[in-house]
Write a protein that binds this ligand. Structure first.
Ligand SMILES: *Cc1c(COP(=O)(O)O)cnc(C)c1O
Length: 221
């Protein structure tokens, strides 16, 4: 079941890449395992998956500790409190959710380098997380001038009330803007279970896919 779903998504990613005229090797599928036990990560690891995403610090930290013997890349994709930022540096290789200046400051380090994405808010609702379009350049400059952070690009979640393809076209435009300031920061983290095809068509390089691979999340009440 799990491995069938994984193969279905992998095939879907290859199809969408072909449709977009892109090399599927340039697309990283991150399997989002939030609310699922470490045993599920082990099963996916055995099937060759190396990139995993989590959106809550405590859960991510516990899973990363339990699985530290495996060669995994953890992606932190959720909203992050500044006071937990240093702890996330301890296990995550990539943070997708840089969404405010105080978090960037909290992640500064002279000891190691952490890959990161600036999260864009594609809605007008500040609670959704991410920087507003008008703040993108300022945020980019701040990340570039902070020790210990390497900017990979932009991340976004498509709004519920907008056609995903249109939303991802806006993400692509934002990506072009930050590349003016940071030519190496051309990666795009976008696309989830329901909309990864559209994200690939608009240039996504990092997909964050949960339920289409893991199945429904266990009750998290
Ligand atoms: C949960 C989550 C995903 C994956 O969502 P699915 O719809 O299950 O694929 C992707 N990105 C973020 C930020 C998430 O929190």
């Amino acid at each position: 079941m799990l491995l069938e779903r994984l193969e279905t998504v992998n095939a879907g990613v290859r199809d969408a890449a072909r449709e977009a005229g892109r090399d599927p090797e340039g697309i990283t599928t991150i399997v989002v395992t939030k609310f699922h036990p470490a045993s599920l990560v082990r099963e996916l690891y055995a099937a060759g998956v190396r990139d995993f995403g989590e959106n809550r610090h405590q859960e991510a930290q516990a899973k990363a500790a339990e699985l530290r013997a495996l060669d995994l890349t953890w992606h932190f994709i959720g909203q992050l409190q500044s006071k937990k930022a240093r702890q996330v540096r301890g296990y995550a290789s990539v943070i997708h959710s840089l969404d405010r200046p105080s978090l960037v400051d909290a992640l500064a380090s002279d000891e190691s380098t952490l890959d990161c994405f600036v999260q864009l808010n594609l809605t007008d609702d500040p609670a959704r997380g991410g920087v507003q379009d008008a703040d993108l350049e300022r945020m980019t400059e701040q990340v570039l001038s902070t020790a210990g952070l390497r900017l990979l690009g932009v991340m976004a979640v498509a709004p519920l009330d907008e056609e995903p393809r249109k939303a991802f076209a806006r993400v692509r435009a934002a990506s072009e803007r930050i590349r003016v300031l940071a030519p190496g920061a051309g990666f795009i983290s976008a696309g989830m279970s329901a909309d990864y095809r559209e994200a690939i068509l608009e240039g996504a390089t990092h997909l964050r896919i949960g339920s289409a691979i893991t199945g429904n999340r266990p009750d998290h009440g």
